[in-house]
Design a protein around this ligand. Structure first.
Ligand code: PMP
Length: 437
């Protein structure tokens, strides 16, 4: 069957809002290392899968073998009513890595459910449904997680089960505090937070939820220390701090295992998902023991922490730690960022290059200013694809390219991807200039 036929069937039977990427969407049929092959036999270097699902890489023998041996027992899942050894072992490991005192872990099947669980815990613990969230954030596609998502382009509803106030700080390239030094920016954002709290019943706010680097928001990067400064204010009122680590965990930022560590604060809760099991559905919450134990429910998930997903997660986590993939993210992230920063200096269409480790953003603007250019970003994805490279898109204005290769990226692949990006940026820049004259 051709991709065209499959596309027609997709459009007929799947929801109209299930967005597809690229003018000619692709069907990926196999993968190895950092490369995937589509149904026409075309190979691509994948610089997006890292924060989507395949954090480590495709077809990693140690991970596939661990999943296979669980499947070979005949047990894909039983029930969380029984003891699940893989789940307990994984929870112990994550609790230890989290640094959260008396940490307990609850597993879900996605990031959305992880954040729903964290919001449930925070609102129940504090007996309040007032919550703080960041502008330009993304936390999922459930009723509560949509409500704390500060980006209407990604929200399926404007109705809300929680009473949310949004705080400034995540997206520094735009907004009222652009151009300030790190220290002044943090000061301004803390003042803003205090003012927002004055508009609420501060003693009755459940939590603040924030991504250390805003993923869907276009890898928007606040200065280190911002959330530490926020946490001090929150502590004055007993407000819980939730770090959404769905995109920033597992050493992706290069400098730390968790994104939030750069802010010098240990959160009350962390949520995780996406690449932990390198493609299998898993998510979860790590919380202070007293917060986790505040619910009286028997369970809030059927498939969360099932034996197959937790086998994959344990093997992926071991692989990340045993091969110092955090170190690899730091080293090759610097190569990519330096190369792209140098390209930005030569091309007006690139307004900002930012990121940490293997999480790098290219923000496209109309030449000669800062007006967002979603057209240029879309053009870049097509040019890169035509040259055999897959990248992601995001940002409040859909004008940011997200570069996030699997953590096992090699130096040769970093150079190859960088070259394709450079060529593609040059073409996009030229086109944008022609269109603006
Ligand atoms: N939080 C963040 C920071 C995310 O990036 C995402 C997914 N893009 C989610 C939560 C939701 O995860 P999922 O799609 O697994 O529900």
């Amino acid at each position: 069957m051709t991709s065209d036929e499959l596309l027609t069937r997709h459009k007929t039977v799947l929801p109209s809002w299930l967005a597809l990427f690229y003018e000619e969407p692709i069907e990926i049929v196999s993968g190895s290392g950092r490369r995937v092959t589509d149904s026409s036999g075309r190979e691509y270097l994948d610089f997006f899968a890292g924060i989507l699902t395949n954090a480590v890489g495709y077809d990693i023998a140690e991970i596939s073998d661990a999943i296979r041996s669980q499947v070979d027992t005949g047990i894909l899942h039983t029930s969380t009513l029984y003891l699940i050894r893989n789940q307990i072992e994984l929870a112990e490991k994550l609790a230890e890595l989290s640094g959260i005192p008396d940490a307990k872990v609850f597993f879900t099947t996605s990031g959305t459910e992880a954040n729903e669980a964290a919001l449930l815990l925070a609102t129940q613990y504090r007996r309040s449904n007032q919550v703080l969230a960041m502008r330009n954030s993304f936390h999922g596609r459930g009723f509560g997680s949509i409500a704390v998502t500060g980006n209407r382009g990604w929200s399926a509803t404007s109705l809300s089960p929680v009473n949310v106030s949004y705080v400034h700080g995540g997206y520094r390239y735009r907004g009222p505090f652009t151009g300030l030094s790190d220290a002044d920016y943090i000061k301004a954002c803390v003042e803003d937070l205090r003012e927002v709290l004055d508009t609420m019943t501060a003693g009755d706010v459940a939590c603040l939820i924030a991504e250390p680097i805003q993923g869907v928001g276009g890898f928007a990067l606040p200065p280190d220390g911002l959330y530490g400064a926020f946490a001090e204010v929150l502590a004055e009122h007993g407000i819980l701090f939730i770090s959404d680590e769905v995109q920033t965990a597992w050493g992706r930022t290069g400098e730390n295992f968790w994104g939030i560590t750069a802010h010098g604060v240990t959160p009350d809760m962390m949520t995780f998902a996406k690449g932990l099991a390198n493609g299998l559905a898993i998510g979860g919450v790590i919380a202070r023991g007293d917060v986790m134990d505040c619910l009286t429910a028997k369970s809030i998930s059927t498939f969360g922490g099932n034996p197959v997903a937790t086998a994959g997660a344990k093997a992926s986590l071991d692989y990340v730690l045993d091969h110092d993939l955090q170190g690899n993210a730091a080293k090759l992230g610097a190569v990519l960022r330096d190369g792209l920063t140098e390209a930005a200096a030569r091309h007006d269409v690139l307004g900002d290059v930012r990121g940490k480790g293997l999480m790098i953003a290219l923000e496209f603007v109309e030449p000669g200013g800062r007006k967002p250019s979603p057209r240029a970003a879309a053009h870049l994805t097509e040019e890169a694809k035509a040259r055999g490279l897959l990248v992601g898109k995001g940002g409040l204005y859909d004008n940011v390219i997200r570069v996030a290769p699997p953590l096992t990226l090699t130096e040769a692949e970093a150079t190859e991807g960088l070259e394709i990006l450079r060529e593609s940026i040059a073409v996009v820049d030229e086109t944008a200039k022609k269109e603006s004259t």
